[in-house]
Design a protein. Structure first.
Length: 358
C-alpha cells in the first residue's frame, strides 16, 4: 500500500487546527475547573448562624457543613425526617404562620354562601342567553320597560315566532331563567335560616356589619362567613392583605414602583368589598333602609359606620380630582372599607363573647 505524500502546507495547517482545538479544550477545561474551584470555595466558606444566647452566656456561632447551600435552600435528599426537622426549626424561630381552622358551623355557612354566589353567576348566564337570543331575532322591549321585572317576563312570554324551532328555543331559555330565579330565592331563604342557627358571636358580627353603607344582609353574611374569626387579624392592614386588594410593589432604594392589586387573597371577600364601595360615591347620608338596618346596633358601631361614610366619600372625591381611573378608585375605597369592617367586627365579636359568657 502506497501512502500519498502530504505537503508541508497541509501538515502545518492540520497541526495548527489541532493545536487550536487543544487550546480551546484546555481553555474550557480551565474555565470549568475555575468555576468548580470557586463554587467549592463558596461552599467551604464559613456561614455563621447566630441564635439568642441564654442568660449569662455569650452568643454561640455555628459553622454550616460544607456542601449545604443555605442561601439557595437546595437539598438533594428529601425525607420525612429532614422535613420534620426543618419544620421544627422554623417553628422554633417563629417563621411559621398559624392558620385559622373553621369549625363545622362556619364551614357549612361558607359553603351555603358560595353556593348562592354560584347560583347568581348561573342566573346571569341564563339571562344573557335569553337576552342575546331576543337581540339576534330582532325582538326588543318597549322604551321604559326594565329588564327582568315581572312586566318584562310577561312580555317575553307573549313573543311568538313563525318557526317551531325558535319557539322551543325561547321556551327553553325562559324556563332556565325562571329555574335560576327560584334557585337563588331558595338559597337565600336557606341562608336566612342558617344565620338564625349560628352562634351569637356570628350573629352580632352580621348585625354590626349591616350598619355600614352598602352592606346589606347577604353582603354581611358573606363577609362573616369568609372571614370567620375576625379577631385573628392583628390589624386592619392584615385584613386588607388577606383580601388581596393591596397594590403590588417592586421598590428598591429610592425607586418606588407600585402596580396592580395582588389578587392573592380571598376573591369572595374582595368582590363584596368592591361592590359595597360603589355606595360611597354619594354624599354621607342615612336613608330609610340603612336606618332600619341600624336598629338595635350599638352606638359605637354606628359611629364607626358614619366615620366610614365621611372618610371614604372624601377619599373618592380626592382620587377623582386627581384624575384616577374610576375602577381603581373604587378598588382603593373598597380596600379602606375593609379597615372599617375589621373595626366593627372586633367590637361585635367582643359583644358576642360577653353575651355567650352571660
Amino acid at each position: 500500500m502506497v501512502s500519498k505524500p502530504v505537503s508541508g502546507h497541509k501538515l502545518d495547517r492540520s497541526g495548527a487546527l489541532s493545536h487550536c482545538r487543544c487550546d480551546a479544550l484546555d481553555g474550557a477545561a480551565a474555565r470549568v475547573a475555575d468555576s468548580e474551584h470557586s463554587r467549592h470555595a463558596r461552599l467551604q466558606e464559613k456561614r455563621l448562624a447566630l441564635e439568642p444566647p441564654p442568660a449569662g452566656r455569650t452568643a454561640r456561632a455555628e459553622q454550616v457543613a460544607a456542601g449545604q447551600d443555605v442561601s439557595l435552600g437546595i437539598h438533594l435528599v428529601k425525607t420525612d425526617r429532614r422535613d420534620a426537622e426543618k419544620l421544627a426549626r422554623s417553628h422554633r424561630s417563629d417563621d411559621l404562620t398559624a392558620v385559622w381552622v373553621p369549625d363545622e358551623g362556619s364551614e357549612a355557612l361558607r359553603d351555603l354562601v358560595r353556593a348562592r354566589e354560584a347560583a347568581k353567576q348561573d342566573q346571569l348566564r341564563a339571562r344573557h342567553r335569553l337576552s342575546k337570543f331576543l337581540l339576534r331575532t330582532g325582538r326588543r322591549p318597549a322604551m321604559g320597560l326594565k329588564a327582568w321585572t315581572e312586566r318584562y317576563l310577561a312580555w317575553v312570554q307573549q313573543i311568538q315566532f313563525s318557526q317551531p324551532a325558535q319557539e322551543f328555543t325561547l321556551l327553553d331559555y325562559l324556563h332556565e331563567v325562571q329555574h335560576m330565579d327560584e334557585r337563588v330565592q331558595r338559597l337565600e331563604q336557606a341562608i336566612a335560616e342558617a344565620v338564625k342557627l349560628a352562634s351569637p358571636q356570628v350573629q352580632e358580627v352580621i348585625r354590626g356589619l349591616q350598619a355600614l353603607r352598602g352592606v346589606a344582609h347577604l353582603s354581611a353574611v358573606t363577609i362573616a362567613a369568609e372571614l370567620g374569626n375576625i379577631s385573628r387579624f392583628e390589624s386592619a392592614r392584615k385584613l386588607m392583605g388577606y383580601s388581596g386588594a393591596v397594590p403590588s410593589e417592586d421598590s428598591s432604594g429610592k425607586r418606588q414602583r407600585r402596580g396592580n392589586i395582588t389578587k392573592t387573597g380571598n376573591a369572595h371577600l374582595r368582590r363584596i368589598a368592591v361592590e359595597s364601595a360603589w355606595s360611597y360615591r354619594f354624599r354621607p347620608a342615612i336613608g330609610p333602609r340603612l336606618r332600619q338596618r341600624q336598629e338595635g346596633v350599638p352606638e359605637e358601631i354606628k359611629e364607626i359606620a358614619w366615620k366610614a361614610q365621611i372618610r371614604l366619600h372624601k377619599r373618592y372625591l380626592k382620587l377623582m380630582a386627581a384624575g384616577k381611573d374610576k375602577q381603581k378608585i373604587i378598588t382603593a375605597v373598597g380596600r379602606e372599607l375593609l379597615g372599617f369592617v375589621w373595626a366593627i367586627g372586633i367590637k361585635a365579636e367582643t359583644a358576642g363573647k360577653l353575651q355567650m359568657a352571660a
